[in-house]
Write a protein that binds this ligand. Sequence first.
Ligand SMILES: [Zn+2]
Length: 325
Amino acid sequence: MEKNSLRFRSGRYYTNLPIRDRAAGSLSLPMIVIQGMSARPTLLVTAGSHPTEYAGVEAALRLSRMLNPRKIRGRVIIVPFVNLLGFNARAPGACPEDSVDIFSAFPGTGGETVSYAIARELFEKVVRRADYVVDLHGGELNESESLFLAWYCKVGNVRVDRASEKLARTFGPDYVLDASKIWVNTKRSTLPKGLLVYEAARLGKPAIIGEGGGSGRAGEPEVRRLLEGLMRVCIAIGIVRGEVNERPSERVRDLTLLTTQYDGLLSCKVRVGDRVSRGDLLAELRDWEGSVLQRVSAPYDGIVEITVNWMPVRAGEYVLAMVRY
Ligand SMILES: [Zn+2]
């Protein structure tokens, strides 16, 4: 074992993942470990890489209190505040210090600023020690509630791809999203490259995103569903004893972010979960005198995955996401 690798022990304990020394003091991420007599399997649960997606953060914290180290097999590592600086700043999206979205900064080799350091340390010290990864998301403070869905990404390794897909179904969401292809309008995005869920799968670890909640809320229904999804995963991989019943979910694909071309005032015409047809009006962008600058319409028959709540939006920002059924 390398000298600077983390040491784990049995029991439940609250600790810190060191990130880096800073000009003043040092930065580390809160981390909770619940370990039984053995270390395998190890499940890593992360939340808060989008820092105001509070339902995931709350579900991760509750999971840490629900698991009894004397009753589980293996180990659960929980990192509930991946974008800690954004969480404390109550700022949705990127890390406020360097404007980097940690969500897509994995494995952390793309730069030297603090977001890359967080992604790198998390990836090298924790993800590598895990057997499975669940990254929790949802809508941010400036977004609606998302669909309740679980994503996985194919990485070309049949064993891992099947295991990730199975893990996504196990989570028990309304929708299972094959996020192997992600689009910005009609163009293929570089994502999912850089996402934890993708980079962990490339290391051979079955990985999913569990998504629920939004608008800066951690309400009971969405927290409970995420928590239930986590428990279902714990049971399915043998950490907690029990049985997981099959739950029907709809398969969707082609996550598509629709963006605007202008600065303007946004008015959304649809709601999350709406089934729309190609060409349907989804959102309108106007100037403050009322002239229409842009109409955002559906690129295909699909389902509205999430909408943006901001009234003022900037050119190039995404205002709505869809998935294809
Ligand atoms: Zn997110």
